[in-house]
Design a protein around this ligand. Structure first.
Ligand code: ZN
Length: 81
């Protein structure tokens, strides 16, 4: 009786998924750790950062950008016999 193994090789690709939530933007002050509201557009967080800089003198901010990605199989290649 012969034993035979079957291998299946699959390629995957990671793609930006726009079917759910759109990208979310947020800015965080590096000096004190406070952050803007999360927003679907960068305008709100940028305005918050400028106001925060004016009130506190803190000048450095970290941008947080959250997006969803989906792993998808691209092809199925049968293994050689
Ligand atoms: Zn600050």
């Amino acid at each position: 009786m012969a034993v035979r193994s079957v291998f299946r090789f699959v390629n995957w690709v990671l793609l930006l998924d726009t079917s759910g939530s759109p990208p979310i933007f947020e800015l965080e002050c590096i000096s004190c750790g406070t952050s803007s509201e999360a927003s679907e557009a960068p305008d709100g967080p940028q305005e918050w950062a400028l106001k925060h800089a004016g009130r506190s003198g803190h000048e450095m901010f970290r941008a947080v950008h959250t997006s969803s990605f989906r792993a998808t199989r691209t092809e199925v290649r049968p293994s050689p016999p």
